[in-house]
Design a protein around this ligand. Structure first.
Ligand code: 13P
Ligand code: SF4
Length: 302
């Protein structure tokens, strides 16, 4: 492993490359990353780094967004098959149908979506800025794609708007049940519950805090409590433990890991740096259209 890490460092210098990693990728990848964060932070960082190449340890919508925001940079994915199933759970026909049905409609697109869906949307959001952005929109009617659970969470926080929901979901987060959370709570009654808004409504009802991965990490770090029940992908455990070596974290559910995020590895990062394989390409036409909602998000989230 040490040799691989040394070689990666060497190649990064030669190619003026940086490694961006989401909190869900394996610990050893987070260890060698130059920037680790949630989807919003990583999208922002991608526009700010002074590098020729970005190696994006995440899933394809993240690499795609980085490329759309930085057409002149080379974006490499360690594993081209790492994809988020939820990113495909909406369709253009339904968007058009909603546009015809509702006046004054804003199509709000969770960044966990394909570039094609972004092309047909008015603004992108991530789990950390969705409430702020939806509140700031002038539109009354909001068609929120693809995630229904995040949409319902945002709708509760922005009751003045009319939401149209879509049936998308994250198979990893919906696998957690209220019973899973209650069972841990029974064992550790003083533990506070922190949940990602992709969890089911019944799970979110049990939460002391609801927020993005970085929101959850911040909450657990700043809150003066020793134990936390974490309802999001177990990869956040790396940062939680690094920042809080004396606190205890219990992950709800039995299989709280995203198989696509876990496709990333140090070996694959080294391979793409060496070969330039798995480069992300986005056509000019798609880029031009998908850039608008992404830029609008960056603007409104400031
Ligand atoms: P974040 O917005 O917290 O990074 O979440 C991304 C994600 O894929 C959640 O499943
Ligand atoms: Fe997609 Fe869920 Fe994996 Fe996040 S955790 S990348 S939403 S499948």
């Amino acid at each position: 492993m040490n040799d691989m890490i040394k070689e990666t460092e060497q190649l990064k210098k030669e190619k003026n490359a940086v490694i961006l990693a989401h909190y869900y990728v394996p610990d050893e990848v987070q260890e060698i990353a130059d920037y680790i964060g949630d989807s919003y932070y990583l999208a922002k960082v991608a526009t700010q780094v002074n590098a020729d190449t970005i190696v994006f340890a995440g899933v394809s919508f993240m690499g795609e967004s980085a490329k759309i925001l930085n057409p002149d940079k080379t974006v490499l994915m360690p594993d081209i098959l790492a994809d988020c199933p939820m990113a495909h759970m909406a369709d253009v026909e339904k968007i058009e149908e909603m546009r015809a049905k509702y006046d004054d409609l804003a199509v709000v697109c969770y960044i966990n979506s394909t570039a094609e869906l972004k092309c047909h949307s008015d603004v992108c959001v991530t789990s950390s800025n969705a409430v702020k952005i939806v509140k700031a929109l002038p539109n009354k009617n909001i068609f929120f794609i693809p995630d229904e659970n995040l949409a319902r969470h945002v709708a509760e926080k922005v009751p003045e708007k009319n939401f149209i929901f879509n049936k998308g979901f994250c198979h990893v987060h919906v696998s957690v049940t209220p019973e899973n959370v209650r069972a841990i709570k029974e064992k550790y009654p003083n533990a506070l519950v922190a949940a990602h808004p992709e969890c089911k409504e019944e799970v979110l009802k049990l939460a002391d805090y609801i927020g993005s991965t970085s929101g959850i990490i911040d909450y657990a770090t700043k809150t003066d409590n020793e134990e936390f029940i974490i309802c999001t992908e177990s990869g956040v455990g790396y940062e939680l433990r690094t920042k809080n070596p004396d606190k205890k974290f219990y992950f709800a559910g039995t299989k709280f890991f995203c198989p696509n995020m876990k496709r990333n590895s140090v070996e694959k990062i080294l391979h793409v740096l060496k070969t330039g394989e798995n480069e992300v390409h986005v056509s000019d036409e798609v880029r031009e259209k998908a850039l608008k909602p992404l830029n609008r998000m960056l603007e409104l989230a400031k």
